[in-house]
Design a protein around this ligand. Structure first.
Ligand SMILES: Nc1ncnc2c1ncn2[C@@H]1O[C@H](COP(=O)(O)OP(=O)(O)OP(=O)(O)O)[C@@H](O)[C@H]1O
Length: 238
């Protein structure tokens, strides 16, 4: 892994927690190409919470997938701290995704046959932590998110807001450096969405994780450190 200053990143700046540099991504649609990202740049510092607010179809999920190393861009680079992830093998990218990046989606994707506590333990055990350590960390997060009584419940026995808080706990269980959220409050009523957001914001502040949060909820966006949008395939201030 090359730790030297990379000429492709923004010069004269200390490495951000996450930096996207010159990201291009197109998709084939019939016989024409759909240019979704046209050289997008974005820096997010540790502990910074950035809202991504843009109309449907402008490329929010595409940007999150590229930032989360789920997809490679056609062109451009993704840096995590000083590391240019474009230079890494697929196996190295998978390891980073597992250890350093947390995801929360609109629908929680919790495993239905496991309890809340076990769902939060899962990523830690995949990482190789002992079961006891994973269980203690899960309980700590459940208590922090005021779900202490719910650890032994399966997802189907939890409300939508409780399920999303478990999904947040699972995403941060490995103390990631980057947290990516794709409409995590989209299917919640406004009061529950605010409650889930408050819990998440407290965790982000406490942990210093760099957070990119795609949402259509302008009220939540206004409570983050800054809001960006996608226009003509570029990241712009909202
Ligand atoms: N794998 C793919 N193949 C072809 N087209 C794709 C693919 N992925 C995304 N697209 C297209 O790229 C555009 C951007 O998609 P994306 O899901 O990133 O938008 P979005 O801003 O997240 O939308 P929404 O708010 O509706 O979730 C859409 O027109 C979509 O149809």
């Amino acid at each position: 892994m090359n730790m030297a200053v990379d000429p492709r990143r923004t010069p004269d700046l200390a490495p951000a927690a996450l930096e996207l540099a010159g990201i291009r991504r197109s998709f084939d649609e019939g016989d024409r190409q759909l240019h979704i990202l046209n050289g997008a740049n974005l820096r997010i510092e540790a502990g910074e919470m950035v809202a991504l607010v843009a109309p449907s179809g402008t490329g929010k999920s595409t940007l999150l997938h590229i930032a989360g190393l789920l997809e490679r861009p056609d062109e451009g680079d993704v840096f995590l701290g000083p590391v240019n992830c474009s230079d890494l093998s697929d196996d190295q990218r998978t390891a980073i995704r597992r250890n350093d990046i947390g995801f929360v989606y609109q629908f929680h994707h919790l495993l239905p046959e496991f309890t809340a506590q076990e769902n939060i333990m899962m990523p830690q055990m995949i990482r190789g932590l002992p079961k006891k350590v994973a269980a203690e960390r899960a309980d700590e997060l459940l208590n922090y998110l005021r779900l202490g009584e719910r650890g032994k419940h399966r997802p189907s026995e939890l409300s939508g807001g409780e399920q999303q808080r478990v999904a947040v706990a699972r995403a941060v269980a490995n103390a990631p450096r980057i947290l990516l959220l794709d409409e995590p409050t989209g299917n919640l009523d406004p009061t529950t969405a605010k409650y889930v957001f408050d819990a998440l914001a407290a965790l982000v502040r406490a942990s210093g994780v760099a957070t990119l949060f795609a949402t259509h909820n302008l009220e939540l966006a206004a409570r983050m450190d800054r809001a960006i949008t996608l226009k003509d395939g570029l990241v712009q201030p909202l």
